[in-house]
Design a protein around this ligand. Structure first.
Ligand code: PLP
Length: 391
C-alpha cells in the first residue's frame, strides 16, 4: 500500500517532536544526567496520591460528566479567581481536559476555519504550530529575541496582524526560554487584540513558577480581554502531575461550549482518578508547590551563574524551569552541541532548534533536577565546552 499518498497530507508533513526524538536517545541510560525533559524531579505530593488511592478503594472508576467533576470545576473556579483575578462560572465556563495539550488542540479547532491565521511566538513549545495546522489554520510566527529576554514585542505582533488573523496565542512564562512578559508590553498586546477583535489563547502552565518576588499577571486581566480570552491551565508543572494528564480551559460560555463539543466526542472526559487528584491538588494550593518553587529559584541561580562562568551567555529568566544559554561561541549548531555533549559527557540538553529555527544557537536546560546533579552536569558541560574550544 502506498501509505505516503494515503495519509493526510497535513499529518504526513508534520515534523516529529524534536524533544521526544531527543528524549528517546536518553531513555534507559542510567548514566545520563538529564537536563532534557521539562518535568519536576519530584513525584506528585503525597496527599494528592493518597486521595486517589482512597477514591480507588471506594471503587470510583467510572466516566464523569463530559465537563469534568463539578467539585473539580468549582475548585478550578476558586483557584483561577485567586490567581488570575478573573472569575469563571463552573457550570458554563470551565472545561476539564486531558492536559493543557488537549485544551490547546480543542481551542484551536473550536474557532479556526480553514485559512484562518494564528499569531504565536517562537521559540516556543513544540505543539503550537502542529496544533494550529491540524485545525486547518495557518501558523504565523513572530520571533522573540534574546535582546528582549524572549518577551513578545507588541510592535512585532502588530506587523503580523492581517485581515485573516483570528487568534494570538501566548505562553508566558515560556518554554523553552523561561522568558516572561513585561506588563506594559502585555497591555499593548491586549489593546491590539481589542482593536482588531481577536481571540487570545493564553497558556498559563508555568504561571505559578515565577522568581525574584514577581507576581504573575495574565493578559485576561486587561480591559476588554475576558470576553476574547481562552485561559488554558493545568496541573502538570506546579503540582508535579505530568503523568496524570489533567488540565482545563476557562472561556466565555459560547467558546467553552464549542470546545466541549469536540472534547465530548474525542475524549468523553478526563480520567476520574486524575480528576480526584486535581480536587486534592487545588485544596493544597500553594502548599503543594511553594517549597519546590523556592528550590527552583536557587537552582536557576546556580545554573545561570555556572553557564555564564563557562562563557555560554545566559540571561536570568524570570519564570518556568528552563534556561536557554547561547552556544554559538562553540562553533557548533545546537543539534551538534546536544548530541556531542550526550555522547562525550552523558549530559542531555535539548537543541534550541527543536523549538523552531528561532531557537538555533541555543540549547534548553531544564533545571528541575537535584542541585548536586546540576552542579555535576555543569562541570561536565564546562569540560566539554573547553575541549570544543581547544583549551
Ligand atoms: N504548554 C507548554 C508551554 C508546555 O511546556 C507543555 C509541556 O511541556 C504543555 C503545554 C503541555 O502540558 P500538559 O502536560 O498539561 O499537556
Amino acid at each position: 500500500m502506498d501509505y505516503d499518498n494515503k495519509i493526510s497530507t497535513i499529518i504526513r508533513d508534520l515534523p516529529r517532536s524534536g524533544i521526544r526524538d531527543f528524549f528517546e536517545l536518553v531513555i534507559g541510560r542510567s548514566d545520563v544526567i538529564s537536563l532534557g525533559v521539562g518535568e519536576p524531579d519530584k513525584p506528585t505530593p503525597w496527599p494528592i496520591r493518597e486521595a486517589v488511592i482512597r477514591s480507588l478503594e471506594k471503587g470510583q472508576t467510572s466516566y464523569t460528566s463530559n465537563l469534568g467533576l463539578e467539585a473539580l470545576r468549582v475548585g478550578i473556579s476558586e483557584y483561577v479567581t485567586k490567581h488570575f483575578r478573573t472569575t469563571y462560572d463552573p457550570k458554563t465556563e470551565i472545561l476539564v481536559t486531558v492536559g493543557v495539550s488537549e485544551a490547546l488542540d480543542i481551542a484551536f479547532r473550536a474557532v479556526l476555519n480553514p485559512g484562518d491565521e494564528v499569531i504565536y511566538h517562537e521559540p516556543c513549545y513544540v505543539s503550537y504550530s502542529p496544533s494550529i495546522k491540524m485545525a486547518y489554520g495557518v501558523p504565523v510566527v513572530v520571533q522573540t529575541r534574546e535582546e528582549n529576554e524572549f518577551a513578545l514585542m507588541a510592535e512585532d505582533v502588530e506587523k503580523a496582524i492581517t485581515p485573516k488573523t483570528k487568534v494570538i496565542a501566548l505562553n508566558f512564562p515560556t518554554n523553552p526560554t523561561g522568558g516572561i512578559m513585561p506588563e506594559a508590553e502585555l497591555a499593548k498586546i491586549a489593546a491590539l487584540a481589542v482593536k482588531h477583535d481577536l481571540f487570545v489563547f493564553t497558556d498559563e502552565i508555568y504561571s505559578e513558577l515565577l522568581y525574584d518576588g514577581r507576581k504573575h499577571k495574565s493578559i485576561v486581566e486587561f480591559p476588554g480581554m475576558r470576553e476574547r480570552t481562552v485561559l488554558l491551565h493545568g496541573f502538570s508543572k506546579a503540582f508535579a502531575m505530568t503523568g496524570w494528564r489533567l488540565g482545563y480551559a476557562c472561556a466565555p460560555a459560547p467558546l467553552r461550549e464549542a470546545m466541549m463539543k469536540i472534547h465530548q466526542y474525542c475524549m468523553l472526559c478526563a480520567p476520574i482518578m486524575s480528576q480526584m487528584a486535581g480536587i486534592e491538588a487545588l485544596k493544597m494550593g500553594e502548599t503543594a508547590y511553594e517549597d519546590m518553587r523556592q528550590s527552583y529559584e536557587q537552582r536557576r541561580n546556580l545554573i545561570v551563574s555556572r553557564l555564564n562562568g563557562m562563557g555560554l551567555h545566559c540571561f536570568n529568566p524570570g519564570g518556568a524551569f528552563y534556561v536557554f544559554p547561547e552556544i554559538r561561541s562553540t562553533g557548533l549548531t545546537s543539534k551538534e552541541f546536544a548530541i556531542q555533549l550526550l555522547e562525550k559527557k552523558s549530559v542531555a540538553v535539548v537543541p534550541g532548534s527543536a523549538f523552531s529555527s528561532a531557537g538555533e544557537g541555543f540549547v534548553r536546560c531544564c533545571y528541575a533536577t537535584a542541585p548536586e546533579l546540576i552542579a555535576k552536569a555543569m562541570d561536565l558541560m564546562e569540560e566539554f565546552v573547553n575541549e570544543v574550544r581547544g583549551k
